[in-house]
Write a protein that binds this ligand. Structure first.
Ligand code: ZN
Length: 315
């Protein structure tokens, strides 16, 4: 049975086919004769060539697609490299501004301080060798050599530097804030409009006629004139206190406090937060006073000092 099957197939392959070509006109008809196995061979060859051509075409397609992607990627890298460069230039401007600010405020360079702490032998700062290399690449127009890793490294460095600048600026802000609060706490205005009738220090007592140490200045003013806080602070006393009469004491912080005596009326209470120039009380002659005036004292670090040293501005 199997034998006869193979036998039949071999006969089929060996069978010959004849193709007749009959041209129009006078030419003679031609006939081409092939065996079935030869035709089968031709068919297999054709299929193989087609498959190979298809495979090659797909390979080329992948290649071109990859090439196009690489081109797009390079354009992107160039774009980001330029952005990084611009960011760095901006950061350099910021750094310069910061240096000027620090010089103006009499603060040392933070970088120099940090670097000298980290590495006492080297406090030069400036761009690293890597920075120089990247810059040179950009200058040469060899941006195509910049890889994504280069750009991401630069971005990392930029971020570090930005962090440094930010903390430096917050330090500057703190310093400015400190200076501002310190300034607001300096008792630098006249507490009331009037004229000085008694100076700070040695004098003869207007009551006993004996030697006396005057702990403040007396400013004569019409009764009921407003008495202003000479700096920002907190009222720590508002009430009667012996010879001072009705007195207001304000603590300004930073070691400063001020006292305003002989008031006719007090307009603030203990614990009130007051601003420079705010009205505390009205001029009177309560306590040991010969006439309406504001007895004004400035204390620094627990001792009375000459208020005239601070009274630069009109109240
Ligand atoms: Zn006095």
């Amino acid at each position: 049975m199997t034998l006869s099957f193979w036998h039949r197939w071999r006969k089929e392959f060996a069978r010959r086919l004849t193709i007749m070509v009959i041209p129009h006109g006078i030419a003679r008809p031609r006939q081409l004769s092939f065996s079935v196995s030869f035709l089968l061979f031709l068919f297999l060859c054709w299929t193989g060539v087609t498959a190979w051509a298809g495979y090659m075409a797909s390979q080329r397609f992948d290649y071109w697609r990859l090439k196009a992607n690489t081109h797009v990627l390079r354009i992107k890298v160039e774009y980001f490299a330029n952005e990084v460069k611009r960011a760095r230039e901006m950061l350099d401007d910021v750094k310069e501004m910061e240096t000027q600010l620090r010089t103006m405020m009499g603060m040392g360079s933070r970088d120099a301080i940090i670097q000298s702490e980290e590495n006492p032998l080297q406090n030069q700062g400036g761009p690293t060798a890597g920075d120089e290399m990247e810059l040179q690449k950009l200058l040469d127009g060899r941006v195509s050599e910049l890889t994504l890793q280069d750009v991401s490294l630069q971005i990392h460095q930029l971020r570090q530097e930005m962090d440094q600048r930010l903390s430096s600026f917050s330090e500057l802000t703190e310093k400015i804030d400190y200076e501002r609060r310190l300034f607001r706490s300096l008792p630098n205005i006249w507490p009331t409009n009037g004229y000085l009738t008694s100076h700070f220090g040695h004098r003869l007592s207007p009551f006993s006629g004996l030697d006396d140490w005057h702990k403040g200045v007396d400013i004569a003013a019409p009764p009921g004139s407003p008495v202003h806080a000479s700096a920002d602070g907190v009222v720590i006393l508002a009430g009667w206190a012996g010879g001072y009469g009705k007195v207001v004491v304000v603590d300004h912080g930073y070691g400063y406090s001020t006292r305003y005596g002989h008031n006719r009326q007090i307009l603030v209470k203990r614990g009130d937060r007051v601003r420079r120039g705010q009205i505390l009380s009205l001029v009177g002659s309560t306590g040991n006073a010969t006439g309406p005036h504001c007895h004004y004292e400035v204390w620094f670090l627990g001792r009375p000092v000459n208020p005239r040293r601070f009274m630069h501005l009109e109240g």
